[in-house]
Design a protein around this ligand. Structure first.
Ligand code: DC
Length: 229
């Protein structure tokens, strides 16, 4: 069997990664893998079990007791399960974003989730989004993209997205939450958020969603054509 294609899309929260990556995956007929959802599900598990996330030993002891599963359905996309419970919606709440960001800084957590991500890329053609896909998870990915936008743009987008879902949030709250997460994700010792040396940098500030999708599909198309010779 021929090798599968892996496309890594990394970048800070709110850069539109998930929406753009999902649309691009649909366009190319690949599976879209949202790796942030794995950290969110573990974060939710820790919150539900009253685990103190600042206590690394407590988190380490918690990992073998929890079952995180990721399923991909043609119509429904990726769904997340925590001990068999569908938590796809619940993991999007802002307090779970913070728990995910904190728990993701713990090395044993990253190690725990690493193989699951690599297995997906081994089995399927994937567009995988996260923070360290091009640098750590899939260092040999065929195409690496680092997607970003200004903090203001990203906070505005996330605010609109959550309001559309009927969540009770404020713009200053989302802005501060995002700023804090950027700092946490970029400054952590293991797998910090940073572009891979061979990543294509794409800034979506000021773009409409469709412009960003077209831009990314163009980058992927060019790279695939180049690789095919
Ligand atoms: O992409 P997201 O906002 O759903 O991710 C939630 C948190 O998980 C984010 O704050 C950082 C962390 N994360 C990570 O450390 N590595 C990844 N590959 C994906 C997400």
């Amino acid at each position: 069997m021929s090798k599968t294609i892996s496309i890594a899309i990394d970048g800070p929260s709110g850069a539109g990664k998930s929406t753009i990556a999902r649309a691009a995956a649909e366009h190319f007929g690949y599976i879209y893998v949202d790796t942030g959802a794995l950290y969110r599900t573990l974060g939710l598990g820790a919150v539900r079990n009253n685990i103190d996330i600042s206590d690394t030993d407590a988190v380490k002891a918690f990992l073998p007791t929890v079952h995180v599963e990721m399923k991909h359905d043609k119509n429904e996309g990726q769904r997340m399960y925590l001990n068999g419970d569908d938590v796809t919606g619940e993991i999007r709440y802002p307090e779970i974003s913070q728990a995910a960001s904190k728990i993701s800084a713990i090395p044993c957590v990253r190690e725990h989730l690493l193989q699951m991500q690599r297995d997906m890329a081994e089995k399927y053609d994937v567009i995988m989004d996260g923070r360290d896909i091009g640098t750590v998870v899939l260092p040999d990915a065929d195409i690496k993209i680092f997607l970003t936008a200004s903090l203001d743009d990203r906070a505005k987008r996330r605010f609109d997205e959550l309001v559309a879902k009927g969540m009770d949030v404020t713009y200053p709250g989302i802005y501060e939450d995002m700023k804090k997460r950027d700092e946490q994700d970029s400054s952590r010792a293991v797998a910090p958020l940073k572009p891979a040396e061979d990543a294509v940098l794409v800034d979506t500030s000021g773009n409409t969603l469709q412009e960003s999708i077209d831009l990314i599909c163009g980058v992927i198309n060019n790279a695939l054509e180049k690789a095919r010779g």
